[in-house]
Design a protein around this ligand. Structure first.
Ligand SMILES: *Cc1c(COP(=O)(O)O)cnc(C)c1O
Length: 392
């Protein structure tokens, strides 16, 4: 039985669709991150782009995580919510002059630089503000994240990061950049990585790259290994908190750390995905030629991941009480939204107990890259959100 059944009355009494967040689960996740990372003194940042809902950000900030931002407005959001400028990192291949100037004014901890022209522009803008900007080089380590091609970022063919063969040139350029201080290296190879071997491969590459810098006399204070730790989309209740112990201890085991060096992580999905569900109602059951369609009042405008990355999300009928399941017939449905696009489909041939108009359908593990990517295409209403704490 889904953990969401207990909220059925609340769901039924509210206009759908909306996001529902379990802040209790978020707190347990944050506690576990702290417990598993603190023995190694690791610094964990939260990747804001996964979800910027204020209530959730507040809890994440209170847990002491830093902020990993990929736009000027994310930096601004992190500043406004008091994450602390000294805990803000700023990545992204296309930082505009305005965004860089704002981050310089705020004295953020570090710019993660993704190209030579960007390095030159940050140096120039820092000069105008009479400042020295702290930077890390986002290096493309050419490690295959073994994940969907749209969420792979660490291969030479991807637009992200500086390629290894450019490093000599980068160091030459940095010697002339008087308004930059190189403090570290940054890596982020992709998202939804569930095979820990991929991170082991990353550690091996980072060790090699660090060695290359050491040979040239560079002592780097910070190594940021990015995020990308994946979650279990098939079992949102059984594995509601990721195995952070296995994740952090793998880096402890395989990453060669220099004395006084600080290790940073940037986790998004693993922090926030499991605590969010998209709650919707069945509008119609429509008979097709080979299949039945369950047409929901939520669509790709609320959750675009299935349409964008062919992502799987577990779909549950929260109206049918499953513990009397023995005599409930199950059928296969194509679960679709109302938007005028064929890709507006949450799942094909999804097995559900017999489903009727008005039933509440939960699309699970939608806390990351859900609400933040929602749109008002087709002039849809802006999606709302509720929290478990509002129930009393
Ligand atoms: C998106 C992103 C992250 C977080 O990725 P997750 O897969 O959500 O953990 C971390 N670092 C950078 C630079 C990113 O762009």
């Amino acid at each position: 039985m889904s953990t969401l059944h207990k909220y059925h009355t609340f769901f039924s009494n509210h206009k759908t669709p909306f996001y529902f967040y379990d802040t209790g689960l978020l707190k347990r996740t944050l506690d576990e991150i702290k417990r598993a990372s603190s023995p190694y003194n690791y610094h964990v940042h939260y990747a804001l782009k996964a979800n910027t809902n204020d209530t959730l950000l507040q809890l994440i900030k209170e847990a002491g995580l830093g902020a990993d931002c990929v736009s000027g407005n994310e930096v601004k959001k992190a500043i406004e919510l008091n994450f602390g400028a000294d805990k803000i990192v700023f990545a992204g291949v296309g930082k505009s002059d305005d965004e860089i100037n704002y981050a310089l004014q705020q004295n953020i901890f570090c710019f993660n630089c993704e190209s030579i022209p960007e390095i030159e522009v940050i140096n120039e803008l820092a000069k105008q503000q009479n400042k020295v900007a702290k930077i890390a080089l986002r290096i493309n380590p050419n490690v295959d994240a073994q994940t969907h091609k749209y969420i792979t970022t660490g291969l030479e063919e991807n637009k992200f990061g500086i390629n290894l063969h450019e490093l000599t040139e980068v160091l030459e350029i940095l010697k002339q950049c008087k308004h930059l201080k190189l403090i570290g290296l940054h890596f982020h190879i992709g998202s939804q990585i569930t095979d820990l071997n991929t991170f082991k491969n990353l550690c091996t590459r980072v060790n090699e790259i660090q060695h290359w810098f050491q040979q040239r006399g560079y002592q780097l204070e910070h190594i940021n290994v990015g995020g990308g730790f994946g979650i279990n989309y098939s079992k949102p209740d059984e594995e509601s908190v990721c195995n952070f112990e296995a994740f952090f201890s793998l880096f402890k085991k395989f990453l060669q750390v220099q004395p006084h060096q600080q290790i940073h992580f940037e986790l998004g999905r693993a922090v926030i995905a499991q605590c969010g569900s998209l709650i919707s109602r069945v509008l119609y059951i429509k008979k097709g030629t080979n299949t039945n369609f369950a047409i929901l009042d939520a669509g790709m405008t609320e959750l675009i991941r299935p349409a964008l990355y062919q992502a799987y999300h577990k779909i549950e009928n929260v109206s049918v009480i499953q513990h009397s399941a023995a005599n409930i017939q199950h059928f296969k449905y194509d679960v679709v939204g109302p938007i005028c696009e064929s890709s507006d489909c949450f799942g094909k041939a999804v097995e559900l107990p017999e489903t009727k108009r008005g039933d509440i359908i939960a699309i699970r593990s939608a806390g990351a890259y859900g609400e933040v990517m929602s749109s008002q295409y087709n002039l849809r209403d802006k999606v709302k959100s509720y929290f478990d704490t509002e129930l009393n």
